[in-house]
Design a protein around this ligand. Sequence first.
Ligand code: DQA
Length: 143
Amino acid sequence: MKFLVLNGVNLNMLGIREKELYGDRDFKSLERYIKKSAKQAGVKVVTRQSNSEGKLCEYIQKAYKKFDGIVINPGAYTHTSVALLDALKAVNIPTVEVHLTDVDNREDFRKISYVSLYAFKKISGQGFEGYKTAIDELIKKLN
Ligand code: DQA
């Protein structure tokens, strides 16, 4: 099994941005955590991050017929992007949505997620561990 893990806008600022919410570990350490989790689970993983909505759509489009599953944390695009939703629908690859923070218990606008309309599972508020949970959920779904 081969999974694409996509991180969106401002996730590269981990360790710098709002540490009281997102913690002090940086983005490189998140990527290391994701790769370690995938290895332990016995799946292949490719990680990508972009601050550009269009670039994220391109990563999703290029995943067509190349990946068995997608884990996505779109950052703030979660709450605004019909384009990401449409891209996921287009490639029709099983997808889990992840958020480091508990988005349903923050500002009201964070309760809206377009990606949720496609993803079969949403994991939020588990920090880094949410990505491991997402990988496990994808494996369960595909088996
Ligand atoms: C986030 C939550 C979003 O609301 C926010 O815009 C982010 C990060 C999270 O991982 O908790 O950038 O997706």
